[in-house]
Design a protein around this ligand. Sequence first.
Ligand code: MLT
Length: 404
Amino acid sequence: MFKVNDNYLKLPGSYLFSTIGKKVAAFSEANPDKTIIRLGIGDVTQPLAPAIIESLHGAVEEMAVAETFHGYAPDLGYEFLRKAMADNDYKARGCDIAADEVFISDGAKCDSGNIQEIFSLDNKIAVCDPVYPVYVDTNVMAGRTGIYDAVSETWSDVIYMPCTAETNFAPELPEETPDIIYLCFPNNPTGSAITKDELQKWVDYANKVGAVIIYDAAYEAYISEENVPHTIYECEGARTCAIELRSFSKNAGFTGVRLGATVIPKDLKQGDVTLHSLWARRHGTKYNGAPYIIQRAGEAVYSEAGKAQLKDQVAYYMNNAKTIYEGLKSAGYTVSGGVNAPYIWLKTPDKMTSWEFFDYLLEQANVVGTPGSGFGPSGEGYFRLTAFGSYENTVAAIDRIKAL
Ligand code: MLT
């Protein structure tokens, strides 16, 4: 008789954004006359930039002709995109990353969930609290996290690094030594960022204790401050301790197109084994590559026209972030984030729990956000709003919240 992977049964509830989706769908069905504004999941709303559309059209035409048709993509990604990323995301910033250290995928969510497979189950992970739930949930599925305590909402074998107002929503070096450290900056969900000097401390620490940092840089395009690093490889020594996840979802609006990348420097080793070789083996075995058409669209992100158009798109969303930040602040809310990230993190009013505020906002203002507690116990009493809506909807949502 078959047996299921009972690690899945340990997961409390469904995936955060599925839970929210179901709640909103139920509310919408019961209140068909209400216009709901969705500032919950960080999903983009603006159309793809013209340079990307042009590239997509060109690639589709190529697929219509035998001479330029493309079948299976190289499993590690097309050289043209790997090189564009190495040149623009790394070399242009003075970082030593080669094209063959970039692995193209269909998105950072999958990579951030799959990467744990190349590590032994004995490894202890450390995560920020609050945190993007994929990092923890996928380690639960693998059986790496121990026992769940429903009261504290924590796993016995996970090291939690609280990111609270007291720590400026940044983690401190943990007391217990981890093997794998997940960091995401600019941060989802709090919208906080850390300076290059602060990130250097993590790189030095990881190299000292022999840990790997899995660095999620999905929001780097939103950095507006000078001293905030765009990649962990700006730090000295990161080649021997860090894997970086890159996404095209937020910087180029590919949430529905799907494209991402994982960077693994060849210097990242345990003994003679490079993590690069393990990830290459996994990619080759389990993955047939992101589609040619989509990788050509990704290449257009790095064209001169693409860069200019995407700069405007990021500015559009960051204007929303400012609108949310300033609107809520003027209404007396305690807010942070929104300067180097498209997320605004606010304290719930009147000591409401995060889910109480979620229901209140949905029912009274018909605005959807994300409860902070869904990201971890230290998120309780907080709430996340995304700047990825349209400007009109963002203004309307803030007006509704102010009117409560
Ligand atoms: C979020 O809302 O946290 C993100 O959009 C989720 C994701 O990128 O998968």
